[in-house]
Design a binder for this molecule. Sequence first.
Ligand code: ZN
Length: 239
Amino acid sequence: MTDEIFSRDAYQASTDATVTEVRDDGVVLDRTVFYARGGGQPGDTGTLRWEGGEARVADTVKASGEVLHVLEEGTTPPPVGASVTAEIDWERRHTLMRTHTALHALSGIVFTDYGARVTGGNMEPGAARMDFELDGITQEFGREVEQKLNAALQNDHPVHVSFVPRAQALADPDLIRTKVNLIPEAVDPIRVIDIEGLDKQADGGTHVRSTAEVGHVRVVKTESKGKANKRMRIELDDT
Ligand SMILES: [Zn+2]
């Protein structure tokens, strides 16, 4: 199994690693800083470098439990056993970290202040959408939420990553709200992202250390996706 460094330290942008497997669909390393696509967060892009070669990683995915570094088409992969330096495109990843933390803060605010749960979400660097169990949605609502979200972000809530024993996670009211019981039984401990005082949920993604690092966020669109399903689109202000 690949040691997934990003799950403990989202700020590590590169690592030395050894190639353990080369498949048609990607390269497996013994450890990596590349986040594999999942939970609405895209996979990382970046570069693998080794003596005598270099390859661009176009995407990172998970397949049969392995983190697969998907190389750009036509690229020659490093040989099995090679020592490589694996480095992510840090600016893109950091923007994704800010975007992901903004989404969690948004879901916490909409639940705490309006009682609505999240039904879905997705993100790209600097832009994201989130769907809520709401009966109606208006532009005014969007503006109100935008104000609350930015006020909360500026308050600089610390963001904690922890690995919680499954039994303890299942008993935590905050995590029950986000349906922690639906996580496959084999997953123990469960990784939890806690934005202190704002939002807490089981999550595999990468986040910033504190909410001030997200910066200013705009609610750019509110729309109906059907009964009790309303969508909000957000963007980081600098993109
Ligand atoms: Zn998340």
